[in-house]
Design a protein around this ligand. Structure first.
Ligand code: GLN
Length: 244
């Protein structure tokens, strides 16, 4: 009898170890300067996207490890395999979808324009000889470059920043006249700084979670997890937590 018990004990330990080894860990890249989607608080990754990714991993029984990378290095990171997943309030665009595969959309947003509160600038800041800032490689950057600068509407400069923290500092310090960025994030920055939102650009962008092109297995897990998070009501809770 003791022998049998002993055998069971060994089997249980082996099963536990096996189970641990089987729980796959994925490296998740983000650009943690984009509240309320992803930012750092006391050395922790926090925000809507971070909680959403944790919830998906929990539903689908895999482990994740976040890595903070500049926004324009996220897609190259997926391609070279230094990261497995990207969640970064990333808009699903045709061009990006040629390089990587996106999950089902999980959020919709527009672009917006912010200026200093005391500057007297309004929407017309985009037309003329001004310096307009955007984060490198974002849809805001593309919109300002293609729709305004290339068209000769903006005759000043497009100033590109690696992170939004730097862009916000430059706007506050009068080194640029305006910034173009996703509206939910702009709203967060104007609450915290002497800035004001003066216009919205209806781009109706859908955010998706990205994996390397052709990684169907991982994409299927993410989509299934996303669906479970929505169906269980956790998505609604996250929206209430970060957007109320
Ligand atoms: N949604 C924008 C984009 O995909 C901005 C994302 C970001 O800066 N994190 O380009």
């Amino acid at each position: 009898m003791r022998k049998v018990l002993y055998l069971f004990l060994i089997m249980a330990v082996v099963m536990m170890l096996g189970g641990q080894a089987l729980a796959q860990t994925y490296v998740v890249g983000t650009s943690a300067d984009f509240p309320p989607f992803e930012y750092m608080e006391d050395g922790e990754f926090v925000g809507f996207d971070m909680d959403l990714m944790r919830a998906i991993a929990e539903e689908m029984d895999f482990e994740i490890e976040f890595r903070d990378i500049s926004f324009d290095s996220l897609i190259p990171g997926l391609r070279t395999g230094t990261i497995d997943i990207v969640i970064a309030a990333m808009t699903i665009t045709e061009e990006r979808a040629r390089a990587v595969d996106f999950s089902d959309p999980y959020y919709v947003a527009n672009q917006s324009i912010i200026v200093r509160e005391d500057s007297g600038f309004n929407l017309t800041v985009l037309f003329g000889d001004n310096r307009i800032g955007a984060q490198t490689g974002t849809t805001g950057d593309l919109w300002v470059t293609e729709e305004l600068y290339d068209e000769g509407i903006l005759t000043g400069r497009v100033v590109r920043y690696e992170t939004f923290d730097l862009a916000i500092e430059d706007l506050v310090n009068e080194n640029v006249e305006a910034l173009v960025l996703d509206r939910p994030v702009a709203e967060r920055f104007v609450e915290a700084r002497p800035l004001v939102l003066v216009g919205e650009i209806i781009t109706h962008e859908e955010y998706g979670i990205a994996v390397d092109r052709g990684n169907e297995e991982l994409l299927a897990k993410i989509n299934e997890g996303l669906e479970k998070v929505v169906d269980s009501g956790r998505m609604g809770e996250l929206i209430d937590k970060y957007f109320e």
